[in-house]
Design a protein around this ligand. Sequence first.
Ligand SMILES: [Zn+2]
Ligand SMILES: [Zn+2]
Length: 175
Amino acid sequence: MHLNPYGEDAVHLAAALTNRRPESAGELVARCRAAGLLVEGPGTPADLTRTHALLDAWEAVVDAADERERAARLNLMLAAGTAHPRVTDHAGSGWHLHYRDEDLPLGDLLFALVATGTALHLVGRGMHRLGRCAVGECATVFADTSRTGRRRYCSARCANRDAVRRHRAKHPAAG
Ligand SMILES: [Zn+2]
Ligand SMILES: [Zn+2]
């Protein structure tokens, strides 16, 4: 996975890691690789710690009260975790942009990827396109990359669950 122009892969990876936090460095590496990230080396406890700090910061971006707060929180992440942009072909698979230094440990690499990916996603698709499932007890985080940008649920299952509940509230006799 490289940073694509809309940051789509990066925000989906951030949401997946937030919803089920990795419990070990090995799990973190395995899940990043499964998502298509080029990871060299085994991953360390420091990578895991850095990733949890990243996810804490990212969750605060998701839960920001409004667009201004969301931008301010994201700008803090960009300031803390990115470097000047540079053009690279490190994997030999095509030239693309990095907003980070070369040869970073996985935790720092993820921080830069998620911060820039989220910035590209929000300014490219709309500042509202991060959220939590509208089913209160679910609260799963999602990045809205839908065509309409009106996603409210984490899954079709939660959308159905809510539809049934609303129907029952309207028609109590039907049970
Ligand atoms: Zn790259
Ligand atoms: Zn849900």
